[in-house]
Design a protein around this ligand. Structure first.
Ligand SMILES: Nc1ncnc2c1ncn2[C@@H]1O[C@H](COP(=O)(O)OP(=O)(O)OP(=O)(O)O)[C@@H](O)[C@H]1O
Ligand SMILES: [Mg+2]
Length: 243
């Protein structure tokens, strides 16, 4: 008897010579990158480097002007196994729990299982006490965590995070980083943009330094900081401003 094939994987995600143009500017410029199974990949670099754009492209939300992108070898892969948390997540004008119920329903989770799932997700992101709070009244950091829970409701294979700790205080940052580590330990591939070099070092994996639509340097978290190959990486790792 033939064995059933498991669901197709979206990994690796391979970008080859991907260019994204806005106006007359290339915001990603012939960018080549492989996102593979394993520890988190952290995207770092100054404002406007192209981090958010790269996340959107890898999610499949933007079509390159030129170049190729494949998910597990397929050029057209619906984002069923991918989830993204945007830099400024938008919440429904409902309670935190209702936002998650909506996401679970959209993900096809059976009605009877949704309640338990909501409780589990809120607990995972440290919002167990806020389930009835209107999502849009929550603080920026609480909304970030709710957005992460909403993304996890889809049980993604790959999770794209765009500066999820940018508006969080140190305690909330630590809590969220713990969640991200737990998510990665479950085998979910995390690809995350951050401005915080300490955070990049704590969570990577692999660090990708971007500047002006290019990848300047890519390497394991250790070598990136201890043995940077490029002058830009050396300056960036030393905390100098890349302009
Ligand atoms: N739709 C668009 N139209 C025109 N320019 C755009 C568009 N989207 C992005 N850009 C420009 O492309 C560049 C890269 O933007 P992107 O948001 O990817 O950078 P980033 O690395 O995420 O920056 P930040 O650290 O500020 O979040 C920026 O200069 C931005 O203004
Ligand atoms: Mg950005």
């Amino acid at each position: 008897m033939m064995r059933m094939r498991g669901p197709a994987t979206d990994l690796p995600i391979i970008l080859e010579d991907v260019t994204i143009v806005a106006g007359d500017m290339a915001i990603l410029d012939r960018l080549t990158l492989t996102l593979a199974t394993g520890a988190p990949t952290m995207l770092v670099g100054p404002n406007g480097a192209g981090k958010s754009t790269l996340l959107r492209v890898a999610m499949g939300l933007m079509t390159p002007a030129s170049g190729r992108i494949t998910w597990g070898g397929r050029a057209n892969s619906p984002p069923l196994r991918r989830a993204i948390v945007f830099q400024r997540p938008a919440m429904l004008r409902r309670s935190a729990a209702a936002n998650l119920l909506y996401a679970l329903s959209a993900a096809g989770v059976p009605h009877a299982k949704r309640g338990a799932h909501v409780a589990e997700l809120l607990d995972l992101v440290g919002l167990a006490g806020l389930s009835e709070r209107p999502a849009r009244r929550m603080s920026g950091g609480e909304q970030q965590r709710l957005a992460l829970a909403r993304a996890l409701a889809r049980e993604p294979e790959i999770l794209f995070l765009d500066e999820p700790t940018a508006s969080l205080d140190p305690a909330a940052t630590k809590a969220l980083e713990d969640v991200i580590r737990a998510v990665a330990a479950r085998g979910i591939k995390v690809v995350m943009a951050t401005h915080d070099l300490g955070e990049a070092r704590r969570l990577a994996g692999e660090i990708v330094l971007m500047h002006r639509g290019h990848i300047v340097e890519i390497g394991g978290a250790d070598t990136f900081f201890t043995a940077p190959r490029t002058d830009e990486a050396r300056r960036f790792a030393a905390g100098e401003l890349l302009i």
